[in-house]
Write a protein that binds this ligand. Sequence first.
Ligand code: JQB
Length: 222
Amino acid sequence: MKIDAVTIFPEYFAPLELSLIGKAQERGLLNINVHDLRAFTTDVHHAVDDTPYGGGAGMVMMPEIWGAALDLLMTPTTDLIILTPAGRRFTQRMAEEFSTSEHLVFACGRYEGIDSRVGEHYSSKNYRVHEVSIGDYVLGGGEVASLVMIEAITRLLPGVVGNPDSLVEESHAQDGFLEYPMYTKPQMWRDICVPEILLSGNHGAIAKWRADEAKRRAKKQS
Ligand code: JQB
C-alpha cells in the first residue's frame, strides 16, 4: 500500500518510523510519504490560509494550494481522505475497507479547515473522496486523526502485525462485545490474584469465562 499525507506540519508524522509501521516500511510492505503543503505556495510569505467568505472568526485553507499538491498525487485508484470534524465517523469497518485500497492520500487541514471546493472538485472529476472524522471532539487539525487512521488501517495489511492470530481474535471481539480482561505474571500482585479459572488448564471453562466477562464489559459500556 502507498500512503501520502499532505500537511503544513510534516513533523507530526515522525512516529510512523517507529514500531510495526516503521518495520513494515523497511520491509517494503508499506510506502508512506509526507508532503509539506507550503512547498506548493507561490507567494513570498508562503501563506496557505485566507479569511472566510461570509465573515466569521478564523481562517480557511486556500483551494489553489491544495489543488497544486493533490493534482500531483491523485491517480484513478487513489482514495482521498479529507479529515474534518464534520466527516463520516471512522470505524473498524472503514479501516477494513481502506486496507484494501492501493493508494491513500490524507489531506490534513489546519485553521478552520480546507475550502469546501477542494473535495467537491475531486469528487466531480470522479476521484474517490471521503470526508472522515475520527470522533466527536474537536482537534486542532487533521494530522493526529490521520495517524489514528493510518495505524488502524495499516495493521490490517498482510504481514504488518507479526502474529495474524491477534487480528483474528480482534475481529471476533468486534462482533458485538469488547475484549475480556487479560493477566500475566506474577500470579499475585499487590494483593490482587489472577482469577483461579485462568490457572485451571480447563480450556473450555476458560473460553466460557472470557466470553461471559466480555459480555459483562460490553453491557457496562452501553
Ligand atoms: C482543521 C480540524 C479535525 C481536520 C477529524 C476530529 O476544522 C475545524 N473546525 C472547527 C474547529 C476546529 C477545526 C480544526 N481543524 C482541520 C481539521 C479538525 C480535522 C478534527 C477531526 N478527523 N475532530 N476535529 N475528530
